[in-house]
Design a protein around this ligand. Structure first.
Ligand code: GLA
Ligand code: CA
Length: 695
């Protein structure tokens, strides 16, 4: 412990008066100015309908090797495999125009596939693998280049929608005649299954956590035809729902495969449903551009082009251009190393520890990859478990911690014990890192500096707040104790849940542990691999956690319900108990009210005001304790064409969606010899199956 905080502790032990303690408190300030760091590359802004439309073309083409399947009678002709009016990418909007077929994008990921049942809640290992497999009703990633006046989700599987005059009902029209990668029709059977047996079934949670609340409590869905359905709401024009129809909350799974596994349709159990599509199961039907055809544990997932993909370019070439996709199963740090070295093709450079070396290599003339920084949209917070209601079945110590977490003095103490400057420098020196107050990120559309409350680093102030929270080092071992009668008056010991797949997460967590220890709080790291971390996070069995914030703090309009405990399971750090009860603190209720009012409002000025209120509540009350925020860079091999200018690694979605991979191509003279299964297509679904050739 440092000298100055020892003095405060000594004063506490001597029974200093509360007045003297208050004198130690350092008042909150405005957030410190961030170092200048200009994003490299500006998007070319367009309206949504300049990007793509839905229409019939005179003729369609496919790669020659696919035509061989048609000629062998193994596939219907391309026109019959496509919808009557496919999604057509306009050549004028493609950065490098119409492309050519061939080559591979070699991804490297740090996660591992649990299986292919995305709607059943299984992770595919992230890194763009599920984003590519699961097409959704609307699409948001490319919105970074849409004119602000036209900012609304892009159509995707939903080609259009209309509001009723009173705004209470939305009619959604699906693209007609699109097919799953095995040729089965995509229609409202898939919508019905997703809604009734996934969203509305409390026993099932899809990977990115859609629930009834995501679409508004009381919202109903009715199928009105093979390609149309309506949603009916309890308030008028909840336009937010169009964002909820995008990744990752309205991406239906193949009902023809999944329904028979679901208990509502004769399936054995929910567990069997969730695990019904193990990673060894190949050619599971998808709506995405590539289909898994090979899986080697801890090695690679290989995908081949989906012969039924429902998108084309304006010359009628069926997409995707790339015939194969690789996902090397390695580590996230290795993704950076390989992309920069050229043995991998793509990385979201987001672990700041790798910035200096990656920049150095990318600046060399013979660098295989292009590296481009975007805005500061990577940020980390420390989250207290705020459920005092039994979520996660806490024991006595854990419950005492929950109650401490619910005391604002404790949260302020934690925040002021953290030296964000030092924490940032431990990751990378230079102009990257900004100190982060929590809540919405500086520089994003709804951010308001005047509504942002920052608790500056001060161990004296932290000590005074901890004393206010009733903590004192009663046994003189340098660690603060619970008051007598709480958790046996023991030393305060917290656990900190962290995702061990990322070096940055681990480094930040270790920094936090050391800093809290200086302030007299003992913290034990609970470091788990990604999938286990996610399961533990959702089980509620943790005291504090540190994680990289999701999209809602960047765009607000996405996953908006996750900004606060608006429903039993929407929050990351405050969920309901088994009885469905939330025990909201008064300021949390105000947060919920602001978020709900934001969702219900169509008035831009009012929405801005509501987000100011939200930002003040979040940062003043430390719903999460902000740590650091910094920019990320897109690293992509120079041989790829059609990469949109200014594509951020993270905004409305991750770069894997933002760059629109189905229309990315490699010019013929730049193509490499990377295909592992040339001239093949996905084979029959099954364990032990693989890609097949025409002859
Ligand atoms: C992980 C990676 C991100 C991004 C996403 C995509 O979270 O860390 O960079 O690739 O997966 O889901
Ligand atoms: Ca002690």
């Amino acid at each position: 412990m440092r000298q100055d905080s020892r003095a405060v502790m000594a004063a506490l032990l001597l029974g200093a008066s509360p007045g003297a303690l208050w004198a130690q408190i350092v008042e909150p300030t405005a957030p410190p100015a961030a170092p200048e760091f200009a994003a490299q590359g500006e998007p070319v802004f367009v309206n949504r309908d300049e990007m793509y439309t839905y229409r019939a073309l005179d003729a369609y083409q496919e790669p020659e090797f696919v035509t061989a399947f048609v000629e062998a009678g193994l596939l219907p002709p391309v026109k019959e495999r496509l919808p009557a009016e496919p999604l057509v990418y306009e050549a004028a909007n493609m950065p490098d125009g119409v492309g050519v077929y061939g080559d591979v994008m070699r991804h490297v990921i740090g996660g591992r596939p649990e299986g292919w049942n995305y709607v059943g809640g299984q992770s595919q290992g992230w890194g763009g693998i599920d984003i590519g497999l699961s097409e959704c009703l609307t699409r948001t990633g490319p919105l970074f280049m849409v004119n602000p006046e036209d900012l609304q989700p892009l159509p995707n599987l939903a080609r259009s929608w209309e509001w009723s005059e009173d705004g209470m009902t939305l009619t959604v029209n699906l693209v007609e005649g699109a097919k799953w990668s095995d040729g089965d029709p995509f229609d409202t059977e898939d919508i019905r299954f997703y809604w009734d047996d996934v969203v509305m079934d409390p026993e099932v949670t899809p990977l990115n956590g859609a629930s009834q609340e995501t679409f508004g409590a009381g919202t109903t869905l009715e199928v009105t035809g093979p390609y149309t359905f309506t949603m009916t709401f309890t308030s008028a024009f909840p336009e937010q729902v169009l964002y909820a129809m995008a990744y990752g909350t309205f991406c239906p799974g193949p009902s023809h495969v999944l329904a028979p596994l679901h208990p509502a349709h004769g399936g054995e159990s929910y567990d069997a449903f969730r695990n019904g599509l193990p990673p060894e199961m190949m050619s599971v039907p998808v709506m995405g551009a590539w289909v898994p055809v090979e899986y080697r544990p801890d090695d690679i997932v290989v995908m081949r082009r989906n012969p039924y993909y429902w998108k084309v370019d304006s010359e009628g070439n069926q997409l995707p251009y790339l015939d194969e996709m690789h996902y090397r199963l390695s580590t996230w740090a290795d993704r950076d190393v390989q992309a920069v070295a050229g043995s991998g093709d793509f990385s979201n450079l987001e672990q700041a520890e790798n910035y200096v070396e990656s920049l150095r290599r990318s600046a060399e003339d013979d660098a295989p990859a292009r590296l481009q920084f975007g805005p500061r949209t990577i940020g980390y917070s420390l989250y207290p478990n705020l459920s005092g209601n039994g979520w996660g079945e806490p024991d006595e110590r854990e419950q005492a911690v929950r109650e401490l977490n619910r005391d604002e003095n404790f949260r302020m103490g934690v925040s002021q014990a953290i030296d964000r400057q030092r924490l940032g420098e431990s990751l990378v020196k230079g102009p990257f890192i900004a100190q982060y107050a929590g809540g919405l990120y500086a520089g994003t559309a709804y951010y308001d500096e005047a509504s942002t409350v920052f608790y500056p680093y001060s161990l004296e102030s932290a000590a005074a707040h901890f004393a206010e929270a009733g903590l004192a080092d009663t046994d003189g071992d340098g660690v603060l104790n619970f008051p007598e009668g709480t958790a046996g008056g023991q030393n305060v010991q917290l656990t900190l849940l962290v995702n061990g797949d990322y070096q940055t997460d681990k480094n930040l967590a270790e920094g936090v542990v050391a800093m809290l220890e200086e302030a007299g709080i003992q913290v034990a790291l609970q470091t788990l691999a990604g999938n286990d971390r996610d399961a533990t996070r959702d089980s509620g069995d943790w005291d504090w956690q540190v994680f990289r914030n999701p999209t809602e703090v960047v765009t607000v309009v996405q996953n908006t319900t996750q900004l606060a405990p608006t429903g039993p399971t929407t929050s990351w750090n405050h969920r309901a108990n088994e009885e469905g009860e939330l025990d909201l603190l008064p300021w949390e209720q105000e947060m919920v009210d602001a978020v709900n009012a934001f969702i219900a409002s169509r008035d831009p000025a009012e929405r801005q005001e509501l987000m100011k209120t939200y930002q003040r509540l979040v940062t003043e009350n430390l719903y999460g304790v902000g740590l650091v925020a910094y920019p990320g860079a897109l690293v992509i091999n120079k041989r790829f064409a059609n990469i949109p200018a200014g594509a951020p690694i993270f905004q409305f979605n991750w770069a894997e969606d933002n760059i629109i991979r189905e229309r990315v191509f490699v010019p013929a003279d730049a193509q490499g010899d990377h295909e592992l299964h040339p001239d093949t297509l996905p084979g029959p679904m099954g364990i032990g199956e693989g890609p097949v050739s025409a002859s």
